[in-house]
Design a protein around this ligand. Structure first.
Ligand code: AMP
Length: 283
């Protein structure tokens, strides 16, 4: 049986994030001298380094069995691939942006306007649905400067923090969609068993990254209230302490909710409240 082929981004922040995620999932590889290929040690997988925007079509065509890329690029390519997993990184939104001082209020006001974007397909579909007949200016980059260059009246671009927009004196008129880095798979499902193992491994890392383990001691009279603050993934582990009036609780909590949960538990009288980060998990 041939190795499963995964296409990963060849450069940039997404290439680094993908390499870290795969390594944490036990799939390690090293890229030699800008080579296009790499082998994964001890696992029947070959890595192909590709441009992120080529990964959706190459996956749909079967040149690679799986790919890691942005869901924005999958939608723009309009290809039929299975989306197996969202990786919780590269989160951004695609937004229609107009000059800060523009009087335009809504997408339908854009009829007749020139719109610069590297997402012409998504943009056209969205504006058609809003009955705006626009002139698209398709570009592969630096879209944010096109209004000041006089090439466009508005842009459709990815926004993460909004600082690029502010620097170019643009404001968001409306969101078209939310996107993040995803794992995609060709429908033929070559090496399906290996593909499923990779997805499960990555899922373990993605969940581990978004949860912490919280441990604390609590008076049994307050246990029910504490469990309401930290209900856990399935159900908290409750152990007896030497003191029969007290219990020790161990529970998974969403990382972004940990600080608030610790404050609430402390206010309830919990003691020895400890947060531990999870490296990997299977739930
Ligand atoms: P920001 O200034 O943080 O809003 O970032 C906006 C710029 O970064 C845009 O010009 C985007 O092209 C790029 N960008 C932000 N997020 C992503 C992403 N997830 N994938 C690719 N490009 C992105």
């Amino acid at each position: 049986m041939t190795n499963l082929r995964i296409g990963v981004p060849s450069k940039g922040r997404l290439a680094d994030q993908t390499g870290e995620l795969l390594a944490q999932a036990g799939l390690q590889y090293r890229r030699q001298n800008r080579s296009l290929f790499a082998r994964v040690g001890g696992f029947p997988v070959d890595i192909t380094f590709l441009r992120t925007d080529d990964i959706p079509v190459l996956c749909a065509e079967g040149a690679i069995d799986m790919g890691i890329t942005g869901s924005d690029l999958v939608e723009e390519a309009g290809v039929d691939v299975a989306q197996r997993l969202a990786l919780g990184v590269g989160r951004c939104r695609l937004a229609i942006c107009v000059p800060e001082d523009s009087t335009i209020q809504q997408p339908s006001d854009l009829s007749g306007a020139r719109i610069a974007t590297s997402f012409p397909s998504i943009t056209e579909r969205f504006l058609k649905a809003h009955s705006a007949d626009v002139h698209l200016v398709p570009l592969s980059g630096s879209v944010e400067i096109m209004v000041s260059l006089g090439v466009a009246d508005a842009i459709v671009d990815l926004v993460e923090t909004g600082s690029t927009l502010a620097a170019n004196r643009l404001r968001v008129l409306g969101d078209i969609g939310k996107y993040e880095t995803v794992v995609i798979q060709n429908h033929e499902q070559q090496n399906a068993e290996v593909a499923d193992r990779i997805v499960r491994r990555l899922e373990g890392v993605v969940i581990a990254r978004s949860y912490s383990v919280l441990e604390y001691n609590i008076h049994r009279e307050k246990l029910a209230a504490a469990e309401q603050i930290t209900p856990g993934f399935h159900s908290p582990t409750v152990n007896a302490l030497e003191d029969p009036d007290w219990a020790a609780v161990k529970v998974m909590v969403k990382s972004k909710e940990v600080i608030l949960a610790m404050e609430q538990l402390e206010a309830l009288g919990a003691t020895a409240i400890l947060e531990t980060q999870i490296n990997n998990c299977r739930l």
